[in-house]
Design a protein around this ligand. Structure first.
Ligand code: PEP
Ligand code: MG
Length: 552
């Protein structure tokens, strides 16, 4: 048995086999090509490599998981030999004098969109396959082996580090747990693991040797341990802990359908954080009262190009309709810093967390912002959507946002396109926004405090820097005082104030949040019922003053 210790990102027990994740790093850029015949040859070689890889996978899967599960690799081989696909790539290379990578990526998009638009569910499903095979060819063109979780059983994914764009593209049903060597507990990859509600560790000095692939292991997300090839005693102990956790989860189920209200009648809106439509299953399962933060940038990270207005509308509308009248707060894209999408072609910055990110991108590239706003305003005709703007630091940003919103509404009106009247709020996640929250409160419908960035900017600690994890103290009195000040300023202007940063799910602070009057707490869906339990056991009139003073 080998034992490694890391930093826990989310608790729980995972028992399964290891999958060593190989980083893929393909950025497709358009290049001009002189000798197109040679480029076509390069494409054909890469395609043959991909077909050969699929053949190996097919044989391996036949032996381990049987014909039915192996069939997909055979289908992918056939798709790579499809004349339409090949002709499209080769024509593009030839006619436009472009590199093979770009032609493959474009063909992939075109074909995938075509399949996705079909009525037949089976054909719709082929869109993902087209992307899959194209990615494999792209990897072959770059001389790398594609990595994806290609097992029939769910696995424990072990990696050097994972970018949010990689994590978000994984097939979640195949992942039992994440374990990474690097990575900070405050990164977006960590947040994604929490949203998925699976045990996850970062900063774990585990081996990435290919021999590790397929070994049995147990991840204990509570203690931060991973046991590789556990001895029978450890395995039995972990199985017992796993069973106990299941029982506890079942007990929490009894809180479903109950109000989130203190013993003396103070209500709290208990909302969920999500990254995409697929997270809704967990939202409903855990009885969220609304969506407090839909990180819309994941739509952009999942895509190879800017999602169109129609594509976005479809997702926002579906979320709003699924939530059936409950509030759905959609945050406008918060790209930049650790959340990078190559096609944005953001300039390389010395200090990206303090650079061009979030609302700063939207205000400097209003055409991107307007596309999203149009989709949001249109979707709000189908449910209770609220729009939230991230990374606000000054009043002038609000003024500019309002101008752009007016232009969008005007354009929609002129085009005769129906739209709703969503609430509009802002994230309070910079010290600047806290300090002028008295003024900002007069301009917006609600505040939501982003404690992840607020901690980063208040304490001057890069949330991505794993060496600084011990200094990243979101319980720092400066941070807590800022939260209290923001809530007070919001209430003075009769608007509500919530918390959607990770601190919102911190059970040691739940009573304090209630005692200072926080109106809403939004968190990963799996944390909801436990926080509801704490709030239902709190008596603000009896304990409030004492708890309040505890941190101020
Ligand atoms: C935050 O900063 O607290 C927040 C909720 O936003 P994100 O973590 O996506 O930056
Ligand atoms: Mg933030």
């Amino acid at each position: 048995m080998e034992v490694y210790h890391g930093k826990s990102v989310f608790g729980g027990i995972a028992i399964g086999r290891l999958h060593i994740y190989n980083k893929k790093n393909i950025q497709v850029k358009r290049r001009h090509i002189e000798d197109t015949n040679m480029e076509i040859e390069r494409f054909r070689t890469a395609k043959d490599t991909a077909i050969a890889q699929l053949g190996v996978l097919y044989e391996k899967s036949m032996a381990t998981v049987g014909a039915a599960n192996a069939a997909i690799f055979e289908i992918h081989q056939m798709m790579l030999e499809d004349d339409d696909f090949l002709e499209s790539v080769e024509n593009m290379i030839h006619a436009q004098q472009i590199n093979a990578e770009y032609a493959v990526a474009m063909t992939s998009d075109n074909f995938a969109n075509m399949f996705a638009a079909m009525d037949d569910d089976y054909m719709k499903g082929r869109a993902a396959d087209v992307r899959d095979i194209s990615e494999r060819v792209l990897m072959a063109l770059s001389g790398q082996e594609a990595d994806r979780v290609e097992t029939s059983e769910p696995v424990i994914v072990v990696a050097d580090d994972l970018a949010p764009s990689e994590t978000v593209q994984m097939d979640k049903s195949k992942v039992l747990s994440f374990v990474t060597i690097h990575g900070s507990t405050n990164s977006h990859t960590a947040i994604l693991a929490r949203t998925m509600g699976i045990p996850a560790l970062v900063g774990t000095p585990v081996s990435l040797h290919p021999d590790m692939n397929g070994k049995m292991a147990v991840v204990d997300g509570d203690t931060g341990m991973i046991y590789v090839e556990p001895d029978s005693e450890t395995l039995a102990k972990m199985q017992e802990k796993y069973d106990a956790l299941q029982t506890k989860k079942e007990l929490l189920q009894t809180l479903k359908g109950k109000e989130t209200i203190t013993l003396d009648g103070q209500k709290v809106m208990l909302y969920a954080n999500i990254g995409n439509y697929k997270d809704l299953a967990s939202v409903l399962e855990n009885d969220a009262e609304g969506i407090g933060l839909f990180r819309s940038e994941f739509l952009y990270l999942e895509s190879d190009t800017y999602p169109t207005e129609e594509e976005q509308l479809k997702v926002y509308r579906a979320v709003a309709e699924t939530m059936a009248g409950k509030r759905v707060i959609i945050r406008t894209l918060d790209i930049g810093a650790d959340k990078q999408a190559a096609y944005f072609e953001l300039p390389k910055e010395e200090n990206p967390a303090m650079g061009c990110r979030a609302i700063r991108i939207c205000l400097t590239r209003p055409e991107i912002f307007k596309t999203q706003l149009r989709a949001l305003f249109r979707a709000s005709a189908f449910g209770k959507i609220a729009i939230m703007y991230p990374m606000i630091t000054s009043m002038s940003e609000i003024v500019r946002i309002k101008q752009i919103v007016e232009e969008v509404k005007q354009e929609l009106t002129e085009a005769g396109v129906p739209f709703g009247n969503p609430e509009q709020g802002i994230m309070i996640e910079t010290p600047a926004a806290v300090m002028i929250s008295d003024k900002l409160a007069k301009e917006v419908d609600f505040f939501s405090i982003g404690t992840n960035d607020l901690t980063q900017y208040t304490l001057a600690i890069d949330r991505q820097n794993e060496q600084m994890d011990d200094f990243y103290d979101s319980h720092h009195q400066a941070v807590l005082r800022m939260i209290a000040m923001t809530v007070e300023n919001a209430h003075r202007e009769n608007i509500w104030c919530g918390i959607c940063g990770e601190l919102g799910a911190d059970p040691s602070l739940s009573k304090w949040f209630v005692s200072i009057g926080v109106d809403e707490l939004s968190m990963s869906p799996r944390s909801l019922l436990f926080i509801r339990k704490i709030i239902r056991e709190t008596d603000v009139s009896a304990e409030g003053e004492q708890i309040k003073r505890q941190y101020l």
